[in-house]
Write a protein that binds this ligand. Sequence first.
Ligand code: ZN
Length: 146
Amino acid sequence: MDLKELYRAVIMDNYKNPKNKGLKKTDRYHFVHLNNPSCGDDMNVEILIEDGIVKEVHHDGKGCSICCSSASVMSEVLTGKTVSEAKEIINDFYEVVKGNSPEDEERLGEAIAYMGVKDFPARIKCATLSWKACEQAIKEVESDEK
Ligand code: ZN
């Protein structure tokens, strides 16, 4: 199995068996909804931040395999990270899908599988939608705390 096949397998596995899928919809969580009209992706993300740690990330949405699988990977990768680490990982992911090297590949975990997206510029928005929702949620939680 070459690297491309391995990455494809990661994406399909997360599409078929998404992790952390389903919203809790309680006041403990901060909720953000974003959509991507160019593909029809529709994504909801909710996060729980406590003591500067991303304790939980949930997602629910409809869309293409790139978008939905990416939400699963995002939730896995960011759960348990500090808020500042999470923000760095999110920025690294934006670089990876554009074909640039991340600052810290190790931390990206399965998210590195999306490096092939650079060859399909129209799908970059699909891959980053849930990450953008999570980034916005983190920012909103931070500004609420100030
Ligand atoms: Zn899409």
